[in-house]
Design a binder for this molecule. Structure first.
Ligand code: NAP
Length: 246
């Protein structure tokens, strides 16, 4: 039977895999949650929107004859990753994750590591600061209880309803950015504290390097723990795995 892969996407790793797969004989579909307005062009077919939980994903796999499932979602996309594990168990198809190693603290980094977003927000119960909240748009409300700060938000799309911070600037732009671009941004808004997720990978690392060079403290949010699963760190390995587990 011809391999028919479902890639859970929304990351640069998923896009790289889609490009690599398009050069093979395998059939593949990339799936997006549909959170951003402009979804990247892909050389394979795509579908957009949630599946409807574990049951929905399980039904999708069965009704579309999916033979392999790859979770290439963001390391902080915990729900879909747990759903993928369960749906692969329900359908008994080969399953793997494609992800990126997390960032490691360097000697000159000034990180305060916290286990989750709630703890990061609690750490901002302090004197007014100029904060870059580099956490996307989904969990900003946790920080509303600390309105004393200036907040710089960088978002992929302009939100329909602006976040409710009293003192905020929203920069709408899509990465990847260079370290110099991020140094300019941090300097422009006189940022003295950054809140970031330990996403790992190169695409979002420039802000971390910029913070290091400008000696800005970073509240670094650790990744959620996802159950054990077969994990790859580059798309070539995923293609080899599909070939072997065909
Ligand atoms: P999440 O909390 O793990 O997922 C929430 C729900 O969104 C899932 O239960 C699923 O709905 C749907 N969903 C998520 N990813 C999907 C996908 N690739 N295809 C179809 N449905 C998907 O996810 P999230 O943190 O909101 O992230 C959403 C998407 O944005 C992910 O694809 C992720 O790769 C990308 N992203 C996330 C972050 C981040 O920091 N969280 C950063 C960059 C990109 P159903 O239960 O209805 O199937």
């Amino acid at each position: 039977m011809r391999q028919n892969l479902l890639i859970l996407g929304g990351t640069s790793e998923a896009s790289s895999l889609a490009h690599l797969i398009s050069k093979t004989e395998f059939n593949a579909t990339i799936s997006y949650a549909g959170r951003v307005e402009r979804i990247r062009q892909q050389p394979i077919q795509k579908r957009i929107g949630g599946f409807g939980g574990v049951d929905g994903l399980t039904s999708y796999i069965i009704s579309n004859g999916i033979t392999h499932l790859v979770d290439a979602t963001h390391p902080f996309a915990e729900q879909i990753s747990q759903n993928a594990i369960l749906a692969s168990q329900n359908t008994n198809i080969p399953f793997a994750a494609l992800t990126r190693p997390q960032w490691q603290k360097q000697k000159t980094d000034n990180w305060y590591t916290v286990p989750d977003i709630k703890t990061a927000a609690a750490a901002l119960d302090c004197n007014p600061k100029r904060v870059m909240l580099a956490i996307g748009r989904m969990h900003l409300a946790h920080f509303y209880k600390n309105p004393q700060h200036f907040y710089l938000l960088r978002l992929v799309d302009r939100p329909l309803e602006p976040p409710a911070f009293t003192n905020q600037v929203i920069e709408v732009s899509r990465g990847p950015f260079t370290t110099n671009q991020d140094k300019l941004l941090l300097s422009k808004y006189k940022i003295d504290l950054m809140v970031a997720k330990n996403s790992g990978g190169n695409a979002a690392y420039a802000k971390i390097e910029a913070a290091r060079q400008l000696k800005i403290k970073v509240i670094m949010i650790e990744r959620p723990v996802i159950s054990d699963r077969l994990t790859f760190y580059n798309p070539e390995e995923v293609v080899q795995w599909i070939s072997l587990s065909g």
